[in-house]
Design a protein around this ligand. Structure first.
Ligand SMILES: *[C@@H]1O[C@H](CO)[C@@H](O)[C@H](O)[C@H]1NC(C)=O
Length: 419
């Protein structure tokens, strides 16, 4: 069992000596630039970056005809774009995971060097993770649906910071929570189980919390026979929604990613941040809670439009696994509208390109920030994912926000078509 955080990038199939000559030559990956470009070396993109363009070609000189990056590349006319789902999974998805660690999350620790130990006592699971001679410990709390047993295993939603449990338990879904402060304090203090093992690394607390989800899943797999570790959701709200998104991104064991009211550094766009009237930005998130991300993201303060990705890129990298996004119309600060009309439809285009358009959904509900009704709102999507239960609820509806704002992702007209 491994997380997906580490990849060999840029392997060139054609150079493998033992490969028979008759094998069709596979597409070569562009490979990541080394060193990574700084914000000054990256083009300013006022619209969402083309998800199909490798970082190596995200440069001001990649113009197809007219003279500037903006005119060609932002509209999906750049050279050397990803053209097939195979290329996406082989080259672009691993590349996105790498560049997000470089520019935002910090490098996820190598799980193969960790030893996880767990014991269960009633509804408490005690977790200890050891690496490099250091150990961090935290606990998770179980709520099992009635009737769950080793022979009738229940899917599970792991949550950080609490959620609305009752409708999930009634639906036959286990709910397991852990206290985020016990994994990593929401501050610069570098306390908690994660830092007990990894103090000194330039890793954001969102990544530390994501690690907490993953080690909880390890422990459930070892000690809770009533839970099916192959049907797993991750959720949290607000800053913890940002963490749930990271948890879904970095571990392919996560079946369903469920960020709630997540905002910037989550599923809210860095670009178009003021769309809802209030304004969570890269700038105020970095100055208010700089510890959420690594230090590199700080170099983009006042230059967010030079980031070679946006929230839609993070969402797209989760495909083909399921993603359901919840936002309340009363939650202006996390830019619910921007998530709904900018990020979601842009990410969905990538899911559709990969042939899994039904695996991404949007829940636009009334109510404000972290309103617990969000958990009921997404439940039919969760049941569809875990049990295949059909639903008539339209998770492609943007509710009162109406339609996607396609001008924010002008490459929409140039999504590669599978031949
Ligand atoms: C659960 O543990 C078994 C045995 O170590 C392992 O093979 C399997 O991949 C684990 N499953 C998950 C979901 O982690």
């Amino acid at each position: 069992m491994r997380t997906t955080a580490h990849f060999v990038i840029g392997a060139i199939a054609g150079t493998v000596a033992a490969m028979p000559a008759v094998e069709p030559r596979q597409a070569e990956c562009a490979g990541l630039p080394s060193p990574y470009p700084t914000w000054q070396q990256l083009p300013l993109q006022s619209t969402l970056p083309d998800p199909f363009l490798p970082l190596k070609y995200t440069s001001t000189d990649n113009a197809a005809g007219s003279s500037t990056f903006a005119q060609d590349v932002m509209t999906g006319k750049g050279k050397n774009r990803i053209k097939t789902p195979e290329e996406w999974y082989k080259c672009r998805q691993p590349e996105i995971l790498q560049l997000l660690q470089e520019y935002q999350y910090g490098y996820y620790p190598d799980h193969s060097l960790e030893k996880v130990e767990a014991t269960r006592s009633g509804n408490t699971v005690n977790i200890a993770v050891t690496a490099g001679g250091k150990t961090g410990k935290f606990k998770a709390t179980l709520s099992l649906p009635s009737g769950a047993s080793a022979s009738k295993k229940a899917p599970v939603v792991i949550n950080i910071g609490g959620m609305q449990n009752a409708p999930y338990l009634s639906a036959g879904i286990a709910v397991v929570g852990f206290d985020y402060t016990s994994v990593a304090a929401d501050s610069n203090s570098k306390t908690g189980a994660f830092w007990d093992v990894y103090k000194g690394r330039d890793i954001g607390v969102l990544t530390a919390w994501a690690w907490g989800f993953h080690r909880t899943l390890d422990a459930l797999n070892m000690t809770v026979a009533e839970i099916d570790p192959t049907r797993v959701g991750v959720t949290g709200c607000s800053r913890l929604g940002k963490a749930a998104l990271a948890a879904g991104l970095f571990d392919t064991r996560i079946t369903l990613t469920m960020p709630m009211s997540a905002g910037i550094q989550g599923i809210g766009p860095y670009r178009y941040h003021a769309m809802s009237g209030q304004d969570e930005t890269l700038e105020n998130s970095k100055s208010g809670a700089g510890w959420w991300s690594n230090s590199k993201l700080g170099t983009f303060v006042n230059h967010a439009e030079n980031l070679p990705y946006d929230a839609h890129t993070i969402a797209a990298a989760i495909a083909p696994r399921a993603l359901i996004i919840d936002q309340g119309t009363g939650d202006a600060y996390t830019n619910s509208k921007g998530t709904a009309v900018v990020v979601y439809p842009a990410a969905k285009l990538v899911y559709e390109f990969l042939g899994v358009g039904d695996k991404i959904g949007m829940s636009v509900r009334s109510g404000g920030h972290c309103d617990m009704s969000g958990f009921s709102s997404i439940l039919p999507f969760v049941q569809k994912t875990f049990f295949g239960t059909p639903t008539t609820k339209d998770f492609n509806s943007l509710g009162t926000y109406g339609a996607a704002q396609t001008t924010t992702f002008p490459w929409a007209t140039a999504v590669p078509k599978a031949s």
